[in-house]
Structure formats: C-alpha cells, structure tokens
Design a protein around this ligand. Structure first.
Ligand SMILES: Cc1cc2nc3c(=O)[nH]c(=O)nc-3n(C[C@H](O)[C@H](O)[C@H](O)COP(=O)(O)OP(=O)(O)OC[C@H]3O[C@@H](n4cnc5c(N)ncnc54)[C@H](O)[C@@H]3O)c2cc1C
Length: 393
C-alpha cells in the first residue's frame, strides 16, 4: 500500500485522543486483526440476536464505541464538538438497515428528518445521509430494477419508497442541507438511481443538494458518471456524487454466480482503483457541474483529489469538494487533510446497538482482511506512542 507523506504526521492524526484512548484503539484494532476472533465474534453476535441474549455490555464499550457515535443524535454531539476543534466536520448516519415493518420505516424516516433539522442548526454538520433500504423493501426494489411486472401491492411499495425519498430530499432542500444517499446492493441500485436522478432534477438547480453514491468497484460506474454529466448538462442541474469503492464485493460476486448473471464488479483491485481515480479526475475537470464527496481510506485517492483541486486552482474549502473517512478509521487522512485547510469529514454511524450490528460486522470484516487497513492503523498508532514517549523525556 502506497504511503503518502502528507498523511504521516501522527501527532496531528491522534492529537484528539489521549494516551488511554489511543491504547484502547490500539487494543481493539489488534483484536479485530485476528480473523479467528472476528469469526467467533460474528457467530456469537448472530446467535445472541437470534436468542435475544443481551450483548450491549460487551459490544458497547468495545467495538461499538470505536466505530459508532452513540445511540442517538444527542449522544453523538460531544464527539461532533470535539471534531470541530480540529476543523473536522461530522456526518451523522442513522445506521439501521432495512425493515418491512411500516412502523419501523416511519420511525427511521422521523429519525432521518431529525438529522436534517439538527444539521441545519449546526455548522459543523454539513450533510445528512440515509440508506435506501431503510425506506424501501429490497426484494421489491430488486424486482422494480429488473423491469419485471409488479403487482398492485409492489407498485404501492415502490411509490412509498419514492415518496419517502422525496420527503427527505425536499426537507434537505428547504433546510439548505445537502443529503447523500448511500449505495448498497447492485440488485436494486437501478431503481434507486432513477429516483435519485428525479430528485436531482427537482432540487439541484442552483447547487448539489442531492448526492448519489457511486461504487467504483462496479464495472459500469465510470460510464454512468459520464452519462450523468451529459444528462445534467441537458437538464441544467448540478450533480452531487459520493464516491466509494464499494463494501459488498464478496456478496455481489457470490450472488452473480448463483443467479447466473455476469459479475458486476471489476475483476481486480487495480481495475477498481483505476476507475475510482479516473472518476475523481473526470469530476474535478467538470467541477462546475459535479460536486464531489471523496469517501475513501485510500491514501493515494485522497492525495490525488487534493492534487487535482490544487491544479484546478480551487479553494481548499470549496464547498463542492469534501474528503471523508469513517469514524474509527484512517484518522491520519482526516485530521491531516483538515489541518491543511481542506473540507474533511467523519461519517459517524449511530443507532441502537443491536440495529447497528450488521454495520459493525462489515467494519470488522473489512479490517480483518489482509488487504485491509489494520496493519497501517497499528503502525501509525505505534509510531505515535513512540513520538509521545520521546517528547516526554
Ligand atoms: C465516508 C464513507 C462512506 C461510505 N459509504 C459507503 C456506501 O454508501 N456504500 C458502500 O458500498 N460503501 C461505502 N463505504 C465503504 C467503501 O465502499 C469501502 O468499502 C471502503 O472505504 C474501503 O475502500 P477504500 O476506498 O477506503 O480503500 P481501499 O482499501 O484501497 O480499497 C478496498 C476496496 O477495493 C475494492 N476491492 C478490493 N479487492 C478487490 C478486487 N479483488 N476486485 C475489485 N475490487 C476490489 C473493494 O471495494 C474494497 O472495499 C464508505 C466509506 C467511507 C469512507
């Protein structure tokens, strides 16, 4: 993994954590770097959920507090204030995943609306965000994406999904808070893309309020970005894009095999990297139309974005350009880029312990994989321990 010099200042990266907090982070990262431990943890938490065994006491002070801001907006606010001191913005992400229960969907809608109102009164929270699966039934959205004939009930579900997304985007527009829609599974992204584009046409006339997420591990996404640009030119609107590489690689490959359709994911990591970086280049070149939320822990992709912005002569704090990492990961990128004066943000998931478990499992799996970032995190924390020790002499 390439090491980029501007991100290696560990004093800046970890200034916000005292020795005790840093030791705790180190211990946690060390634990989740062990695949056998993560595997046991995953099975035990699935079992605990199934039998309604209380797991808060073990999960909350450990992995939850490392990757999650709290159970409610209020619980996340001390963290938002801490980040603010270091010029780091916060994006609060209510991280509960799909449900078919109308009451739960309504509750997720109310909570996401609350995040918009909260952001509107807090200059350190520049975006709101939501997951499509929280507002639509994935199996119905999948059918709609396949263009299959829907029955009346299914049509109603798709219409409800559209209405809820409209409510969120309209509220975001009225409160002048850009809103991002996370990307999830390939199977139902087509209908999500269509709905989001409709929202962009309605709310992105002056600036990007509605942001779609492009998973650049998909083979078709660079072309889709170019298509979006052309379409936006015709419709005289702005396009907001959160760029990610994509978090569901193994599941997508497996599903494509099972269902007998071509693997939608690039064959190699290098192909994904090339597509990701090309998308950044294309977007900065067309920055008058495309606003970019560069969501990555990849040092090169963060650095490239900075270089592209500088070459284009953009202000460091141009509101169309953001760098973002997940809470609990890659502080060295976030805090160093923020210190240089660029727009940097932490994505902070929040929600009840049980409901954010799927998110936590994804994070631990990602950090366990050999190609993941854990060795890098551990090396940086070790470097900072040494630096602190030396500075105390
Ligand atoms: C702020 C933020 C928001 C995010 N939101 C979303 C979201 O809405 N939806 C979502 O899906 N993910 C989201 N992610 C997660 C993201 O998709 C990645 O899983 C994660 O960030 C790792 O990718 P990377 O760019 O940081 O870096 P890297 O570590 O350089 O890249 C790892 C990624 O490369 C890709 N990859 C790895 N091996 C291969 C291979 N053999 N072939 C092809 N591709 C490969 C995979 O996408 C893998 O996750 C978000 C991440 C951040 C930081």
């Amino acid at each position: 993994m390439e090491k980029i010099e501007i991100f290696q200042n560990t004093e800046i990266a970890f200034k916000w954590r005292n020795d005790k907090e840093l030791r705790r982070a180190y211990f946690l990262m060390k634990s989740i770097s062990k695949p056998w431990l993560v595997n046991i943890g995953k099975h035990l938490s699935n079992l605990a959920i199934a039998i309604h065994f209380p797991i808060n006491w073990i999960v909350k002070p450990t992995i939850y507090s490392h990757f999650v801001g709290g159970e409610t907006i209020e619980e996340c606010m001390p963290l938002v204030r801490t980040l603010e001191k270091y010029n780091v913005k916060a994006v609060l992400d209510y991280s509960v995943e799909g449900s078919e229960d109308e009451k739960k969907i309504q509750q997720a809608l109310d909570e996401t609306l609350k995040t918009i109102y909260n952001a509107a009164k807090d200059p350190n929270i520049p975006f709101a965000v939501f997951k499509p699966s929280a507002f639509g039934i994935p199996r119905v959205l999948t059918k709609a994406s396949q263009g299959v004939e829907l029955n009346e009930w299914e049509k109603k579900q798709v219409e409800n999904f559209r209405q809820r997304v409209y409510t969120l985007c309209k509220t975001a527009y009225e409160n002048n808070i850009p809103i991002m829609i996370d990307a999830e599974e390939y199977a139902y992204q087509k209908i999500v893309d269509e709905v989001i584009y409709d929202m962009m046409v309605q709310f992105n006339k002056e600036r990007a309020i509605v942001y779609n997420t492009l998973q650049m591990y998909r083979r078709d996404r660079l072309d889709y970005l170019k298509f979006l640009y052309e379409q936006a030119q015709k419709d005289k609107i702005k396009v907001g894009i959160k760029f990610v590489r994509g978090a569901y690689l193994e599941m997508e490959r497996e599903r494509a095999k099972q269902m007998g359709y071509p693997d939608p994911i690039h064959p190699t990591k290098e192909d994904t990297d090339r597509a990701y970086n090309a998308a950044l280049e294309f977007s900065v070149e067309h920055i008058d139309t495309i606003a970019v939320f560069n969501a990555t822990h990849n040092e090169y992709s963060a650095y490239l974005f900075k270089e592209l912005m500088d070459k284009k002569g953009l202000a460091k704090d141009d509101p169309r350009c953001y760098f973002a990492q997940l809470y609990g990961m890659s502080d060295h990128i976030t805090f160093n880029i923020a210190q240089l004066g660029y727009n940097a943000a932490k994505y902070i998931p929040y929600g009840p312990v049980r409901q954010v478990l799927p998110y936590l499992i994804r994070r631990t799996e990602e950090n366990t994989s050999v190609a993941g970032q854990t060795p890098r995190e551990l090396r940086l924390i070790e470097q900072e321990f040494k630096r602190r020790k030396a500075s105390k002499k």
